[in-house]
Design a protein around this ligand. Structure first.
Ligand code: GLN
Length: 248
């Protein structure tokens, strides 16, 4: 019998980048693997700690306050950027939520200050004077490989930063309700190969378990249809309730 696959996840700064209980995303990944008999290993990498590109199939960076993002950004550049690029280059999944998404881009500008990101996504974020972009949000995914067109992610956003996509940078989806990247463009998030950034908290994965399965399958080099189905009645209700909360 071949060994069942194991998903090795690295959570970047789980104590600092965990706004709106974004850590819940990791629990969903762990549970959905366990229920299917897929091994799951979670490693944390915090400030000053190195990152081994080869040791993980999925890297996760949650949302955070500006001051914590500053600390993490410096550390990402010094200790983790090269490994993240190497991992993404060999097809590992990298998921950033909100503050984590901003740090996967080129920069996050706050007035005169410019926080440099790791540059895995061709996006730039600027903290403008306008109000924070807050509320329930629903997006329709545009062409993420292996995702049925029209699939919806629902969640909650709260960000001061406005994110602009570079020419040629694909968004994660189209805003159905809410603000998305900047409240104007109608785009939400960004995706480049298996690196994904999104403003959706919720946390994201408990409200959108189909997306958790997409991440697990992609990280393991499988088609999502190859994962054993799970009895998801409660999870579907959570998704529908998040869609309703967003006004869908
Ligand atoms: N500090 C960032 C902003 O306000 C990200 C916030 C978040 O992660 N919710 O734009």
């Amino acid at each position: 019998m071949p060994e069942p696959p194991a998903l090795r996840v690295c959570a970047l700064y789980p104590d600092l980048m965990n706004i709106y209980a974004d850590r819940g995303n990791l629990i969903v990944l762990e549970r959905r693997c366990a229920w299917r008999g897929i091994g799951f290993e979670l490693t944390a990498s915090g400030l000053g700690e190195p990152l081994a590109a080869e040791d993980h199939e999925l890297f996760y960076l949650g949302g955070g306050q500006d001051r914590d993002q500053r600390l993490c950004a410096e550390d990402l550049l010094e200790h983790k950027r090269a490994a993240l690029h190497a991992a993404a280059g060999r097809g590992a999944v990298v998921l950033g939520v909100c503050g984590g998404y901003q740090l996967l881009g080129h920069s996050y500008a706050l007035g005169e200050e410019r926080i440099e990101g790791v540059g895995l996504l061709d996006v730039e974020t600027v903290r403008e004077d306008g109000p924070r972009l807050i509320g329930n949000v629903a997006i329709e995914l545009d062409g993420l490989a292996g995702v049925r067109p029209g699939s919806v992610l629902a969640g909650f956003e709260n960000h001061g930063g406005r994110t602009r996509l570079g020419t040629g940078q694909a968004p994660l989806g189209r805003v159905l309700r809410g603000h998305g990247n900047d409240g104007r463009s109608g785009s939400e998030g960004a995706v480049a190969a298996n690196t994904i950034g999104t403003y959706l908290h919720g946390p994201l994965l408990p409200k959108n378990v189909w997306f958790a399965d997409w991440l697990i399958a992609t990280a393991l080099g499988l088609d999502p249809a190859e994962l054993a189905p799970l009895p998801d009645e409660i999870e579907r209700m959570a998704h529908e309730s998040a869609c309703r909360a967003a006004g869908l």
